[in-house]
Design a protein around this ligand. Sequence first.
Ligand code: AMP
Length: 115
Amino acid sequence: MPERTIFEKIIDKEIPSEAVFEDDSVYAFRDINPQAPVHVLVVPKTRFTGFADLKSADAQVIGTFMQRVARVAEQLGLEKEGYRIVFNHGRHGQQSVDYIHAHILGGRQLGWPPG
Ligand code: AMP
């Protein structure tokens, strides 16, 4: 078993977080270091180390995860003005937690390209 990451401890409520949404499949909570007025992380309750793991993941699990990300963005009131979903993967992607997570960023005009 790989070592438990901070996100598993957050899902298990061993580490406090500001919950935004939770059901059987995902947990969504505010990023501790927000990069936009709205910055929420959505994690599936099934662990994947990173985006590359999705290649061999169950399509229904992936589909449910993506659907929940879209629902959380709607719940956050971001649909009208828009938002960005980010999955950082690996070193060049600057992934810092080895547990897949979708960043939902919004509430201001975002720039492109990313740094
Ligand atoms: P990444 O760099 O894509 O791996 O993103 C990890 C994110 O987790 C960063 O945006 C951090 O600010 C965020 N983060 C780390 N620890 C916590 C925590 N205890 N509660 C909420 N967000 C966290």
